[in-house]
Design a protein around this ligand. Structure first.
Ligand code: 13P
Ligand code: SF4
Length: 308
């Protein structure tokens, strides 16, 4: 069966929209109505007038769409598509952690469950975390969760000392090898290193640009270099090559290149076949209790209001 063709037909028939993250497979990005980073996808989910949202991405992203659009049917092609960061931070453990720091403002990366968002004052994504943390008066303590590498990066950029970090990490970004990036820099001396802030500090220290997936793509477009060493998940290469065919993109390998760690195991669960079945049968559906949804909504709304 030509899944791509059938998906296009079903989308029209059902007034559905497909939102895809840059880390999904190339063929999945090709059937999407909108491709973006976490922030842009949240904004799109809040604004769409489609009846059905198919979220080609990981679970927390589809859940965020449901939090923002409770009246819409939100479908997830594979509900097993988790995220190492969201999985590292269970709500009951996080509530106990939060209780140790009374009065601290809770900033949680969007890569969290709805239950953790419900315990959060303001969400952030890799696009706006610096802005979010800077919006909190310096006199107030901040709890940042769940990514310790990103948290340390924000601390280094803001000089903020009264900030405590949840001890989570992403299985993709933690695995990039500094040694192998330095070898690539020798091999491609003209190349610029572009990295996601979930990478470890020594990797970020040798990077020419650090930013969200959308910010990295944007940088590669406006920068004058011709070669880039890409230190983030491999799915982004699809848009890089498509948008800037005259440039060369060299994916950075993980510590053990046989483990294929620069692929997000969860994002790669989303296939055209699963999207087709999910649109045809209108399942699996993302559901959240109204109590959790309303609380979680407050923290996402606070973030979106800040970026207006
Ligand atoms: P972005 O918000 O930069 O798209 O990142 C999402 C993510 O999951 C990074 O690993
Ligand atoms: Fe989560 Fe890492 Fe995959 Fe992003 S790349 S969705 S942070 S596991």
């Amino acid at each position: 069966m030509d899944y791509a063709k059938e998906i296009v037909r079903l989308k029209k028939e059902k007034n559905a929209v497909i939102l895809a993250h840059y880390y999904t497979r190339g063929e999945v990005q090709e059937v999407a109505d909108f491709i973006g980073d976490s922030l842009a996808l949240s904004e799109k989910a809040a604004a769409t007038d489609a009846s059905i949202i198919v979220f080609a991405g990981v679970y927390f992203m589809a859940e965020t769409a449901k939090i923002l659009s409770p009246d819409k049917k939100v479908l997830i092609p594979d509900p097993e598509a988790d995220c190492s960061l969201a999985a590292s931070c269970r709500a009951e453990d996080f509530a106990a952690f939060k209780a140790k720091y009374p009065g601290y403002k809770v900033v949680a990366y969007v890569n969290t469950t709805a239950e953790v968002k419900a315990l959060t004052d303001i969400c952030c994504t890799s696009s706006n975390a610096l802005q979010v943390v800077r919006s909190i008066p310096a006199s107030e303590g901040v709890i940042f969760a769940p990514d310790r590498n990103f948290g340390r990066y924000i601390q280094s950029m803001t000089g903020r000392e009264n900030m405590v970090l949840w001890d989570g990490a992403c299985h993709v970004h933690e695995e990039f090898s500094l040694e192998r990036i330095l070898d690539l820099k020798k091999e491609y001396p003209q190349a610029k290193v572009v990295a996601h802030p979930e990478c470890k500090a020594p990797v970020l220290a040798v990077s020419d640009f650090v930013g969200s997936t959308a910010a990295i793509l944007d940088f590669c477009g406006r920068d004058e270099s011709k070669e880039y060493i890409v230190v983030t998940e491999s799915g982004i290469l699809h848009q890089m090559i498509k948008s800037y065919p005259e440039k060369q993109f060299i994916p950075a390998p993980p510590i053990d290149s046989t483990c294929g760690c620069n692929d997000c195991a969860y994002m790669k669960l989303v296939t055209l076949e699963k999207i087709y079945h999910c649109l045809r049968d209108e399942t699996p559906v993302v559901e959240i209790s109204e109590e959790i949804r309303t609380k979680a909504f407050g923290s996402i709304r606070a973030m979106l209001d800040l970026s207006k």
